[in-house]
Design a protein around this ligand. Sequence first.
Ligand SMILES: C[S@@+](CC[C@H](N)C(=O)[O-])C[C@H]1O[C@@H](n2cnc3c(N)ncnc32)[C@H](O)[C@@H]1O
Length: 212
Amino acid sequence: MDYTEQGMETSRIKKIYASYSRIYDFIFKRWFYPRQQHVIRSLSLQEGQRVLDLGVGTGLSLPLYPRHVQVTGVDLSNSMLREAQKKIRQEGLDHVTLLEMDAGQLAFADDAFDVVIAAFVISVVPDPIQVIAEIKRVSKPGGKIVIINHFQSQNKLIARVEKWLSPLCQKIGWRSDLALEYLVHYAGLSVQQMYSLNKIDLWKVVYVSNNK
Ligand SMILES: C[S@@+](CC[C@H](N)C(=O)[O-])C[C@H]1O[C@@H](n2cnc3c(N)ncnc32)[C@H](O)[C@@H]1O
């Protein structure tokens, strides 16, 4: 659970994702989209629910939300948001609003959302504990919170390799050494359910209860 070394700085994250923005979908859609699709379907979103898509990026997930919910997508990177805005325009996604915002300092009232989804973002932010605190604050008591992310393996050997690789991974935009246990311990994350979509999968789908 050693996650104390300096994470990526916000300015560096912005720079990295600005450079990705135009090619992001081409590289990542095949990996990320099926997992987002699975999660959004699993939530059976109800008419009028408010959904926060945290670190929405280029908006890969946006066409997946039913039109009867209100979606707010936030991201640090205006270059990524520009790509998301294109999708909104092209697909007429009038039920989606985008805001440039730091996930660690959300400008929303307490209990503002029925559902919060954080896909492939928790190991990108500099301070995941602060982000989890913000997720809990803005989600309603009893609201649904889902995190899709890579977490450090529980296998000691693989975990060591992930720790070793993390500085390299940070150069391309995320850390490979964030353990779920770290979030459970230090952010009070209460895991309801967790699984991977495939037997060998880099990412976990984690359903979290809002125990604030
Ligand atoms: C790997 S991408 C994931 C994007 C999207 N969720 C997806 O599934 O395709 C990570 C995103 O998190 C954003 N991000 C990083 N740090 C952030 C922060 N502190 N607040 C909001 N967004 C952040 C990046 O700009 C980037 O768009």
